[in-house]
Design a protein around this ligand. Structure first.
Ligand SMILES: [Zn+2]
Length: 171
């Protein structure tokens, strides 16, 4: 097998793991997004899933949690030679954190046309003059990643409809 194929299979494996972490967020009523940080040898050194609502913390996005977890593991604020996998395109806040963390590579699944900062809505890494370059791979298991999100929002809309109907006064 050639190196590119080995790499893309590994990317999918890690994205599947990130999808499993997204389920943990969903079980808590959070938007299902998961993130995994991997070192050069392919070891998982950080994991995260959305916890903003549970922790009353607007910064508790999956990416931030995974970066914090990885930094703690490495005992270093710079996460050199690591790859961050995330099921959804990072927002501007997470893009900023990714920049400061100095990770080597970012891999994401679904695009976020509302708040995505890696090409869909904003072009954070194009605009920013960096003295280290970030390698970006998008669209890994994009279908599964976006499916999980749309199923979540669909379910939430239906729940709201039922709630509304239950709260409605009888005529
Ligand atoms: Zn974010």
């Amino acid at each position: 097998m050639d190196a590119a194929k080995v790499r893309s299979e590994f990317d999918e494996k890690m994205m599947r793991h990130a999808l499993e972490l997204a389920d943990k967020a969903e079980a808590l009523g959070e938007i299902p997004v998961g993130a995994v940080l991997v070192d050069d040898a392919g070891n998982i050194i950080g994991e995260g899933w959305n916890l903003s609502i549970v922790q009353s913390d607007p910064t508790a996005h999956a990416e931030i949690i995974a970066l914090r977890d990885g930094a703690k593991h490495l005992q270093n604020y710079r996460l050199l030679n690591t790859t961050l996998y995330v099921t959804l395109e990072p927002c501007t806040m997470c893009a900023g954190a990714i920049l400061h963390s100095r990770i080597k590579r970012l891999v994401f699944g679904a695009s976020d046309y509302k708040t995505g900062a890696v090409g869909s809505r904003f072009h954070f890494f194009d605009d920013y003059k960096m003295n280290h370059t970030l390698e970006i791979t998008s669209g890994v298991l994009a279908e599964e990643c976006s499916q999980k999100l749309s199923a979540f929002f669909q379910k939430r809309r239906e729940e709201k409809k039922i709630e509304k109907a239950l709260l409605k006064k009888p005529d």
